[in-house]
Design a protein around this ligand. Structure first.
Ligand code: HDD
Length: 697
């Protein structure tokens, strides 16, 4: 179970010395409320004023301290990835990876390393919703014995641009437009597509961002990628390139677009809540860390440049080697202190993990430290508890804003002869950069080996299953329909022609713009690459209910035995369930027992769940068929391609919701039929239903 900590007394803030004396308690069992100076407060309800109905007095230093602190509670939010959700946990290797890296945390399968992970969206502000179409950030801080290693990746293995100098542009283009201040957290607007239409290198990433990967079902189900090629170096000094991957052990899944739209309204914190609740209930999210390892000779044989962050290496070409597992088992104690103040920097590496010359990565090595200076108010952000290394940290860096430590002694330099006990450099264990020969003209020019912008975009699209291809087409049509400037749409159609003619044709038809593409001359003619089936989420469907949630709608007179059977079957699959009733007070079963609901119908739409069941009685169903919320609940579950279980009395509701019985709409009444429903629910969405409901995705 998640560890439950007691809320510390207000005076015992972490990292601060304990108060010299504990205040006498004012009320039994409570610590005394004080000012930031430790002064006991007698009245926290009334400010000091001249007479009970008179003006407030400037003298009220208690009021002023409280309001001043409140006024300064916010810090600048992250420029990108502002909205995030975090959790603590640990990483444990499966076996020693000493043959490829000397990183200490990857040597001993018995040793756990503490981690803090943060998952984020990119475009929206800190208060935006969890389910826009967007890339998800995937960051992990490993507090290793050799210092902190920060993995700062995304849930997509490629990126929009090849050079860091373009990062401010792509971000400015996707963020809300600067004159009007909208749209928030959305790429469906003119400036984003204007930039993209002029940036062929983005096309591979665009295929991913328009795919289901950009609307994940849960943060617990996203994959993570380091994007760039990194280096691993072993103790002998042998260096290999690596691509870093994280895979959730419960598999990946996405929502459908209509669900994403509805969830955003019904629960803007859907992902954050889901992560929190899973950890709180002891259902700990887990990811396996893997690498694709390859040497320089293999890199040279690939038909693209491994320094180009718009390319991936298909697993079919270089398989994944599993290194270990991360388990997130503790929610933050304080969202601001931990999730908001955590500072990730790709430049935070440990011996055995190094960089490649990827020009995007090289720029990132500068950007993150720089942004923390303004975001966290100076160079001492490493002292914040969530950022502080867990191993000893000693050097001669001093002073600066927000200095929390009190370094002692007169020596703050090195070399010195006055402080023999002071830290010294360590030639044997200290970090040494792998020696790499570098030569070349000083030049602002992209390598020719970065010029093929369409082949992998095409490969990704063609590796998708039919429903996934439909969703990409449908997302493109949705996004481009928001672009009021026609030439931008025409240019995008030109790019789509270079990626896949059929994709172009579908999108052009959906936009009503057949034959209007502006042809785009590719720098390199796109090639037909082998499909990579492991890129398809549908293809990798894990056939499980583990970590999923079933919504059970109950109305008065429901079959109590059937509900019990259903609950047992769901729990056996390591899934959770929630009860939804017309009213939050609950519903009374046919055994006369009132069962409380987790959600009232209005607050628990079916889009919150992976599969649903409806248990009513003939009488209650008669009322429900005239209740739009109940009808829509079921209609949405059907439209979102979910498995639906119903008992015989709910048939009129199915009819009212135009729910046709198919392979995943199943009548239940006993253990056996419940088992059949569970099998259907484990299979995930019934994709065959989709073409009967929507023309494209
Ligand atoms: Fe970045 C934050 C991931 C390119 C500059 N980035 C940030 C976060 C993630 C990524 C996950 C949030 C970290 C957290 O949870 O606090 N960024 C990526 C990936 C990239 C990438 C996978 C490409 C492969 N980023 C990138 C470039 C630059 C930046 C090219 C600048 C040259 N990123 C930043 C930043 C942020 C950031 C401005 C904002 C807040 C922060 O760093 O701490 O420095």
């Amino acid at each position: 179970m998640a560890s439950k900590k007691k809320t510390p007394a207000p005076t015992a803030a972490k990292g601060l010395a304990a108060p010299a004396e504990t205040h006498q308690t004012a009320q039994e069992g409570h610590a005394v409320l004080t000012t930031n100076q430790g002064l006991p407060i007698s009245d926290n309800q009334n400010s000091l004023r001249a007479g009970t109905r008179g003006p407030a007095l400037l003298e009220d230093f208690i009021l002023r301290e409280k309001i001043t602190h409140f006024d300064h509670e916010r810090i600048p939010e992250r420029i990108v990835h502002a909205r995030g959700s975090g959790a603590h946990g640990y990483f444990q290797p499966y076996e020693s990876a000493a043959d490829i890296t000397k990183a200490a945390f990857l040597q001993d399968p018995k040793k756990r390393t503490e981690v803090f992970a943060r998952f984020s969206t990119v475009a929206g502000g800190a208060g935006s919703v969890d389910l826009p179409r967007d890339v998800r950030g995937f960051s992990v801080k490993f507090y290793t014995q050799e210092g902190n290693y920060d993995f700062v990746g995304n849930n997509i293995p490629v990126f929009f641009i090849q050079d860091a100098i373009k990062f401010p542009d792509v971000i400015h283009a996707v963020k809300m437009e600067p004159d009007r201040g909208f749209p928030q957290a959305a790429s469906a607007h003119a400036t984003f597509w204007d930039f993209i239409s002029l940036t062929p290198e983005s096309m591979h990433m665009i295929m991913w961002v328009m795919s289901d990967r950009a609307i994940p079902r849960s943060l617990r189900m996203i994959e993570g990628f380091g994007v760039h090629t990194f280096r691993f170096v072993n103790a002998e000094g042998t260096s290999n390139f690596v691509k870093i991957h994280w895979r959730p052990t419960i598999g990946s899944a996405a929502v459908v677009w209509d669900e994403a739209v509805k969830i955003s309204g019904a629960d803007p914190d859907f992902h954050r809540r889901d992560l929190w609740e899973s950890i709180d209930k002891g259902d700990f999210p887990e990811w396996e860390l893997s690498v694709q390892v390859f040497d320089e000779a293999t890199a040279a044989k690939l038909d693209f440049d491994v320094l180009d962050p718009t390319k991936l290496i298909p697993e079919e070409i270089i398989p994944l080697r599993k290194l270990g597992k991360m388990v997130l088992n503790r929610n933050p104690d304080n969202h601001f202190a931990e999730t908001e103040q955590v500072a990730f920097c790709p430049s935070h590496v440990v011996p055995g993990i190094e960089f490649s010359d990827d020009p995007l990565l090289q720029g990132r090595l500068f950007s993150y430290l720089d942004t923390q200076l303004s975001r966290l108010g100076g160079p001492n952000f490493h002292q914040l508890p969530v950022n502080a290394p867990r191993c000893p940290m000693r050097n001669f860096q001093r002073d600066g804003l927000r200095q929390m430590e009190v370094p002692v002694g007169r020596v703050a330099y090195e070399p010195n002869s006055l402080a023999p006990e002071a830290p010294r450099e360590c030639p044997t264990h200290g970090f040494r950069t792998h020696p790499e020969e570098v030569s070349g003209e000083k030049i602002r020019k992209r390598s020719e080996t970065f010029a093929d912008h369409y082949s992998q975009a095409r490969m990704f699209f063609r590796s998708m299953s039919e429903p996934e291809q439909n969703h990409i087409a449908s997302a493109l049509a949705f996004e481009l329909a928001h672009v009021e400037i026609k030439p931008i749409r025409q240019k995008m159609l030109g790019h789509l022609q270079n990626i896949d003619q059929a994709l172009h044709d579908t999108v052009a038809a959906a936009l009503g713009m057949e034959g209007q593409a502006t042809p785009i001359e590719p720098a390199v003619t796109p090639r037909k690459l082998e499909a990579s089936p492991t890129l398809s989420l549908v293809g990798k469907n894990p056939n499980t209910l583990k970590g999923r949630k079933v919504g059970i709608f109950i109305a008065d007179g429901f079959n109590a035995v059937l509900l019990a059977t259903l609950k047992t079957a769901i729990t056996k699959e390591k899934a959770r369930f929630a009860l939804i009733a017309p009213k939050i007070g609950g519903a009374t079963g046919n055994d006369g027992v009132l069962v409380e609901a987790d959600h009232a119908l209005s607050g628990g739409p079916s889009c919150f769940f992976d599969a649903v069941a409806v248990l009513t009685s003939a009488e209650s169903c008669e009322l429900l068929v005239t209740e739009a919320a109940a009808v829509n609940w079921l209609r949405d579950a059907f439209g979102h391609l979910k498995a639906i279980a119903f008992d015989a009395s709910a048939l009129p509701l199915l009819e009212a919701a135009s729910v046709e019985q198919d392979a995943a709409v199943l009548q239940i009444g006993d253990k056996k039929s419940v088992a059949t429903f569970i099998t259907a629910a484990k299979a995930g969405r019934l994709w065959e239903r989709e073409p009967t409901l929507r023309s494209i995705g």
